[in-house]
Design a protein around this ligand. Structure first.
Ligand code: SF4
Length: 192
């Protein structure tokens, strides 16, 4: 994969402590983007999926995987492989995209019809998608994990089941009491 970097124990890229992978390459060029160094396809560095998986296994404090960028959906095979591993080890998966979920789902079906199922596989491995471009005119400091108020927290399993965008809500405390997997069950208090 071409990546801009890794933060093995991030506390700002989603709930709890997370292993964050910042992919390299973004064609959206949102005015006001905080990471313009991630735009160039030939920036950053190459890192193999097995090596990233080793680093995930070494990140003892992390309880979730974050795929961010850059534009993570441009490298769907690698992202899907990391997300599959995250689920195998009991983590949840959050992903940031400058595209809306509707666009990504349409693109995934077009690519699937042409025999490329990588993006569909990646979308099926995401628990929460933070979607949409950063819009400077709608910038806000008041929404967790989002830079502008057009961006949504999308519940991907429910969205794929229903075929339309379903917004994600933090789980109720009671339903977390017996949770054993993922970050919410591990850290317990992040949704407050
Ligand atoms: S999608 Fe994200 S990384 Fe790409 S330009 Fe917009 S804010 Fe920056």
């Amino acid at each position: 994969m071409r990546i801009a970097g890794v933060e093995p124990e991030s506390v700002v890229d989603g709930p709890g402590v997370r292993f964050a992978v910042f992919t390299q390459g973004c064609q959206l060029h949102c005015p006001g983007c905080q990471n313009p160094e991630t735009w160039a396809d030939d920036g950053g560095c190459e890192e193999s999926v097995p090596r990233l998986i080793e680093q995930m296994d070494d990140a003892v404090l992390a309880g979730g995987l974050t795929l961010s960028g850059g534009e993570a959906s441009r490298q769907p095979s690698g992202c899907a492989a990391l997300a599959r591993h995250a689920h195998r080890i009991g983590w949840d998966v959050w992903c940031w995209s400058g595209h809306t979920v509707e666009f990504l789902m349409r693109l995934a079906s077009v690519e699937q019809a042409k025999g490329d199922g990588a993006l569909a596989e990646m979308l099926s491995q995401i628990d929460v998608l933070v979607d949409g471009p950063f819009l400077l005119r709608r910038r806000t400091l008041g929404l967790a994990w989002r830079g502008s108020d057009n961006q949504r927290l999308i519940d991907m399993p429910a969205t794929l089941r229903k075929g339309r965008a379903v917004e994600w809500r933090p789980p109720e405390r009671a339903s977390l009491a017996g949770s054993s997997g993922g970050d919410a069950g591990r850290t317990g208090e992040w949704w407050v």
